[in-house]
Design a protein around this ligand. Structure first.
Ligand code: GPK
Length: 835
């Protein structure tokens, strides 16, 4: 068939490219106001202007997106797919303008139309389709894939409601409100009503008598998955990748059969349950709940994504045994593990392959990243639930298990305990399917997210599998962060100073972050240090201004800014931090005014959400809020110590907080934080770090030098023994750590309101103390004292700050994604327009 239809020159002369002309930009924005939005200049508000500007930017992105997809289709390279239940994208407009290198032109154009770009940026709602680090990592990896010209697509779910909005009641309780982020039109997504797949649930699976492990799965409920595409622009490249999010909807508006039988309500009900699948992001981090709807989400998403991937592969006209040469699929944690039995089902039941051949393909396509060794996060699904919702997949899992355990038995004859540990099925009432074991045996390679964590994965949760498969199947890819959003976008002044100092255009160093190393020698330059410090100061004032306008508090910008922002979790030990604040407050109270005057003033910021059902985490928030209420109102101390809990933590709030931090806290019990990624963001912005010897803190110290990091606390190898001691030879806190006991007594005694309220929280420390707050408290306080001392010598501090930023090259997500591309996926960059 001839392409294009009609007159080729008419087509070609009308195809537009990316347009950086300010005149054309204003024309396009006005055109969107008039036509796409059907609004008029005289009553246009900031929101309308934002939407028109966004649509105009989107037009430019689409030019690149189309070209990229065409280029990938023509070149037919191997592609990788990043399957993640969470993509914590944040806002898009500023990021898109910077990546397309159109920011100054749009700034001018928007100005000419009587608006300010900065105001319009604030109109955008965060796309908050994730809980925390795992979801934000996925977003950084998409940015890096596009920026490194890698043919990578993301696949996820288009939740109608993202992570809940956090409200704080006057008593200090967290309240959750829904996040209707799609209520304003979303200019960044393209509905693809024509790209849709049917996904089956429930029904019956009948094995076929002739063998090969085949079966026929029929009946049950069929739900439609509809694609929504989100463009992912690379930085200073035309490559623009795709994030495909699935929305569920009823296969027909209603169930025709029930409708004809007069069961109108029943028919509408079934359509309701289809839509429910993608209605809400589960707000639990590091925990698994075994909820039916969550399992349906996981299958719905993996089935639609695989169907789409296979359809794209089939368009290449290759034979199915070449599938692993053209496709790599990264499983972001165990959430998409059902893709393994689903691909087996397709290959066996639809492609008619025999078992061994199918398994060979499957185990060469998938790669699995583990993100935690915390036991409560290891996903397990009750067998009865699986049998009910996915009867065919349960058969396949049993078959995989049988064959696998035979191989284990052959290698380790008679080792029944090993078989029990490695089985995909955990015995019990009910039996459960162990998703990590399935992900592990079904994948080509497995990685952790920082050196220490990857070692722990290999020596603890997957030890048996290392012994069975050999260590070469296991690896490490230390996490990274995108320097576009986490430096250039959130800290434009610092970015400018870096470019002018290094005399390197940011388009170069932002994509080769090791270039920051060139800043080291400027740490000795007094003028440079002054500029560096002045930028930090302005970022602190920017944060203070934000807090003043949103919350009405006046923040002391002459103080040191100390920040801990992350999900509330016992293992992350916000408790240690708040107890340390109380300790400092008590010390200040005991001082004379003259003594206080010598103290380094400090403002402590907390932000983070607690899972709605996580009682202790919510109680920790309540304690923080009430400590803040008391100490911020104390005239004796408030100039030296104040405390803020900033509600509704988000990517956008992080973008204001991180550049303003002098010191940030990453204080998990050793061995519990797999990597951490905000630690990298703070350091990249010249903030120093106080932390435990855990996760990526260790590698950050290796890079920036231990003299620039404030480490404290027990090390990973000591943790197990200390926990044992707490249980079998408990020592009362009053003996083990008098300073901590004093703090706990003050809280229980009612210094911050009814002490009884906090008893359950205090008891987690007094009894068992699983996260070793008692053991680390004294060294934590000493570390904070060292921070104070260091901050007193401001010149030395600024040198540390510069040297920290200068040595953060390793933590670019570009390095991480290239590591995946080379060591895991076997993928090459496919730059658009360069051949
Ligand atoms: C790990 F297991 C999980 C989880 O459920 N959610 C989540 O955000 C985090 N993570 C780790 O806790 C961090 O240490 C890590 O940096 C991040 O994943 C990305 O790997």
């Amino acid at each position: 068939e001839k392409w294009p239809r009609g007159d080729e020159t008419v087509w070609k002369t009308n195809m537009r490219g990316v347009d950086a002309d300010v005149g054309n930009i204003t024309k396009s924005v006005v055109n969107h106001v008039q036509t796409s939005l059907a609004r008029q200049a005289y009553n246009l508000d900031n929101l309308g202007a934002y939407q028109a500007a966004a649509l105009s930017v989107r037009d430019n992105m689409l030019v690149n997106w189309n070209e990229t997809q065409l280029h990938y289709t023509r070149k037919a390279p191997k592609r990788a797919y990043y399957l993640s239940l969470e993509f914590l994208m944040g806002r898009t407009l500023d990021n898109a303008l910077l990546n397309l290198d159109l920011k100054s032109q749009y700034k001018d154009g928007i100005n000419q139309l009587g608006f300010s770009l900065e105001d319009l940026l604030e109109e955008e709602r965060d796309a908050a389709l994730g809980n925390g680090g795992l979801g934000r990592l996925a977003a950084c990896y998409l940015d890096s894939s596009a920026s490194q010209d890698l043919p990578v697509w993301g696949y996820g779910l288009r939740y109608k409601y993202g992570i809940f909005q956090q409200l704080i009641s006057p008593e200090g309780n967290q309240l959750e409100a829904p996040d209707p982020w799609l209520d304003n039109q979303n200019p960044w997504e393209l509905p693809r009503i024509d790209v849709n797949y049917e996904v089956r649930f429930y029904g019956q699976s009948e094995r076929l008598p002739e063998g090969h492990g085949r079966a026929i799965w029929t009946g049950g409920q069929e739900v439609l998955a509809v694609a929504y595409d989100v463009m992912i622009p690379g930085c200073h490249t035309r490559n623009t990748n795709n994030l495909r999010l699935w929305e569920s909807k009823p296969k027909r508006g209603f169930d025709l059969n029930s409708f004809n039988a007069g069961n109108y309500e029943g028919a509408v009900e079934s359509s309701n349950s289809a839509a429910a699948i993608t209605s809400v992001l589960y707000p639990n981090d590091h925990t698994t709940f075994g909820k039916e709807l969550r399992l349906k989400q996981q299958y719905f998403w993996t089935a639609a994504s695989l169907a789409d991937i296979i359809r794209r592969f089939k368009n290449l006209g290759k034979s199915i045994n070449e599938f692993p040469d053209y496709v790599a699929i990264q499983l972001n944690d165990t959430h998409p593990t059902l893709a393994i039995p689903e691909l087996m089902r397709i290959l066996l039941d639809e492609e008619d392959l025999d078992w061994n051949f199918a398994w060979q393909i499957v185990t060469n396509v998938f790669f699995f990243t583990n993100h935690t060794v915390l036991p409560e996060a290891l996903e397990k699904w009750p067998v009865p639930l699986m049998e009910h919702i996915l009867p065919r997949h349960m058969q396949i899992i049993y078959d995989i298990n049988m064959i696998f355990l035979q191989a284990v038995e052959k290698k380790f004859p008679g080792d029944r305990e090993r078989l029990a540990r490695m089985s995909l099925i955990e015995e019990g009432f009910p039996k459960q399917v162990r998703m990590a074991n399935l992900a592990c045996i079904g994948s080509r390679r497995i990685n952790g997210v920082a050196e220490l964590h990857s070692q722990l994965v290999q020596t603890t949760i997957l030890k048996d599998f290392v012994e069975f498969f050999g260590v070469s199947k296991f690896g490490n890819v230390t996490n990274g962060i995108t320097p576009r959003r986490w430096l250039d976008q959130c800290n434009p002044e610092l970015s400018k100073l870096i470019s002018s100092t290094l005399k390197i255009d940011k388009s170069v160093w932002l994509k080769d972050l090791y270039k920051l190393k060139g800043l080291v020698k400027f740490a000795e330059d007094k003028g440079f240090r002054a500029e560096w410090a002045a930028i930090k100061q302005r970022n602190k004032e920017r944060l203070a201004h934000h807090i003043e306008t949103t919350l009405g508090f006046t923040v002391n910008t002459n103080a040191m800014f100390d920040v801990q922002i992350k999900r509330l979790h016992e293992y992350k030990r916000q408790t240690l931090n708040i107890l340390g604040v109380v300790h400092r407050y008590l010390e200040l109270k005991a001082m004379t005014p003259a003594q206080r005057k010598k103290i380094n003033p400090k403002v402590v910021f907390f932000a983070g959400k607690a899972a709605p059902a996580y009682y202790i985490a919510k109680l920790t928030i309540r304690l923080i809020v009430n400590v803040a209420r008391v100490i911020n109102a104390d005239p004796e101390t408030k100039d030296y110590l104040s405390l803020y809990f900033l509600p509704d933590y988000s990517v956008s709030l992080a973008e204001v907080l991180i550049p303003a931090s002098d010191i940030s806290q990453h204080i998990s019990t050793a061995g519990t934080e797999a990597s951490g990624t905000s630690n990298m963001k703070f350091c990249l912005n010249g903030g120093l770090l106080v932390g435990t010897v855990d996760g990526a803190n260790i590698e950050i110290a290796e890079e920036v030098g231990e003299e620039n990091v404030f480490f404290f606390g027990h090390l990973t190898p000591a943790v197990e023994d200390l926990r044992y001691q707490h249980v079998y030879h408990p020592v009362p806190v009053d003996e083990a750590c008098p300073a901590l006991a004093n703090v706990l007594n003050q809280i229980s005694g009612g210094l911050f309101g009814d002490g009884g309220v906090y008893e359950p929280l205090v008891n987690t420390i007094r009894q068992g103390d699983y996260y070793l707050v008692t053991d680390d408290f004294d060294s934590y306080i000493r570390a904070l004292a060292m921070v104070d001392d260091a901050y007193m010598d401001r010149d030395e501090w600024v040198k540390k700050s510069i040297n920290t930023t200068a040595n953060m090259g390793k933590f670019s997500s570009d390095r991480a994604i290239m590591d995946y591309a080379q060591e895991y996926w076997n993928l090459e960059p496919i730059p658009v327009g360069k051949d």
